[in-house]
Every structure is written in structure tokens, then in C-alpha cells.
Design a protein around this ligand. Sequence first.
Ligand code: NPG
Length: 370
Amino acid sequence: MTGVRAIELRLVGLPLVRPFRTSFGVEAEKLCILARVETEDAWGWGECVTGPSPDFSGEFNEGAWLVIRDFLAPALFAAGDVPAEDLDRVFGGVRGNPMAKATLVNAVLDAELRAAGRSLAAFLGAERDRVACGVSVGIAATTGELLDQVGGYLAEGYRRIKLKIEPGIDVERVAAVRTAYPDIPLSVDANAAYTLADVDVFRALDANDLLMAEQPLHFEDLLDHAKLQAEIRTAICLDESIRSAADAAAALEIGACRIVNIKQGRVGGLLEARRVHDVAVARGAPVWCGGMLETGVGRAANLALAALPGFTLPGDTSASRRYFADDITEPFEMAADGTMGVPPGPGIGVEPRPDRLAACTLRVERLEKE
Ligand code: NPG
């Protein structure tokens, strides 16, 4: 492949079909950056998983835009003809900012694979062409509303229900869902809202036969997660705490978790995500593919990743319609058996539809190699 000669950054906005409430806030609209890199041979797309504010992580849209524009793009242009595999080194002068880096790593990889006529799934080492889908259910106003939502998603075929929890909206809610649906695969996600002082909440949750409790404690506190894991039966899964393969190795080594949520954007892109997968597989820990309410561009990348052999649990890889009335790409549909097809085409296998892209775009900036 020849080097990247231009990058188009775009801020896009799409209304969500229902506001998504977590322990750190409510999102009613999906606002994110899409990057399109251009080489002599192909275009490649990358979706940045940052949101409007630095809540899930320290990165956020306007910050990521500047990091890409002022630091990562100049480094990429200066690097010339380098494969995506070398971008760790190219971006090595910029600390942190894995979500901003992932945007360009994934876009360059997509361009490379499109030029080679090879699918992302095949490149990553996928072993199946369909993946099992779960759904993440935001904190509802009432238990009745939550039960309605869960019932609707189960009727659509979702194979695992994940409930967002926060202090005070946890044990009773989860027990109500478990009572209504005694046999479904069920998990909870706290988005770091608890402390070790809340160990009794997690002991009480143990009674609900949960697949896992995701990110119960502070994202920087692996030791406390290890202490909590030693006190409860439910497997802890880490999300925010895992920013790299090294983090995953450390967390599994000290018993801070037994399961890893892999979000490629959170760990710096698809290549590091595959390394996280490999670390977990080597240690016998199951992984699954997390979601960040991505548009079809990010969803396509997630599906390819979720087809790797270590992804043995259903992911937050839901159908487009769970998020958007009209996605940016052709919508991703889930079959009635709760699986979704991995795009077989070159690269991520999908493109934004020009009319939808134009309608959703709030701002564009074109960066060119000098
Ligand atoms: O289906 O994409 C999805 C959403 C899954 O719950 C989900 N994501 O904490 O994992 C999370 C949460 C999230 C969404 C976090 C958006 C940050 C932004």
C-alpha cells in the first residue's frame, strides 16, 4: 500500500431510538467522529468510540479531534508508506489516547485490506461467519419498564441480557428480571460505580446466577477488584480497567477478573484488541466484544473481531435498529436465532451511505499531506 495522503474527519450525530442511561449519565444522541483515510489505492474508514464528554474514559470527541488533527495525523503523514501494524511505533510519541489512535489504526487497516481485497475477519483470524448477539439494557425509570424492555429484546432473539446498574438500582431490579426469566443468560454492568464497601451488594447479586458482574469498581483499581473477586462467586469482567494487552495480563494474573470485555476502540484499535484476545485465550479466560453504541462503521469492525475463536460469550453487538431508526451504513440485522452475519467483503465490508452520511454530518475537516 502507498502512504496515507489525506484524512477526512467528520463529526456525525444520529438520534438514539431510546435514551441510554448508565451509572455515569444519559445519552439521547450518538455523536462521534468518523475518519476516512485516503491512499493511492483505497479509502479506509475508522469510527472513534469517544462520546461528547470524558465520562466513560478521559477521552472525548473534541479532544480526540485535536489529538488526531494536531498529533496523530502529522505523524501518519510523515511516516509515509507504513502498514497498520507499524502504527504503534508511529504513534509512540503520543501517550494514552487509545480511542483517537484506534480511529486511524482501524482506518488504515481497512484501506490496506480493501486494497488487498481481503476481509477484516479473515485478516484477524476469524473462525466463524456469524456471531452471537447480546443486548445492553440501560437503567430504566421503573422495574416494570425494565421488564418490558427485556421481554422485547428476548422476543427479538437476543442471547444474553446485560443490565446496567448503579448504587440503589441494583439488587431488587436484577432479582425481578431473574424471577421473570429464570433461565436466560444474564449479566450486570456497573461502569465503576461501586467501592469495596459495597461488597454486600455483590454478595446479594450472587443469588441471581449471573454470567458476570462487569466493572464494579474504579477503573484504575485492579487490586480492589481482586479483593472483591475473592469475596464473591459471580465472575468479575473488566471493561474500563483494560486499556491494553498488558492490562489484561495483569488483571488476569492477580485475579482481578475472570472474563474480559474487549472493545477495540478502548484498547487502541483492532490489532491491540487481537493481542488482548490472545492474552486471555492463553490464560483460559473467555472474552466477548463490548459495544459503544457504534454506527454501522464501528459495528462492522466489532463483528469481525467478535468472530475470533476466544469470543465465546455473546457480545454487545446488537442490531442497528436497537440504536438507530436509520443507521449510517446499510442496517445490521439480527436473525431470529440471535446471531448476526460478519461482513464478508474487503476491509470492514461496509461503507457509509452517501445520503445518510451527508444528513448526519455536523462538521468536516480535511487534512492533507504536505
Ligand atoms: O450496545 O453498544 C452497545 C452498548 C453497550 O453498554 C454498552 N456500552 O459501558 O459498556 C458500556 C456502554 C457504553 C456505551 C459505554 C457508550 C460508553 C459509551
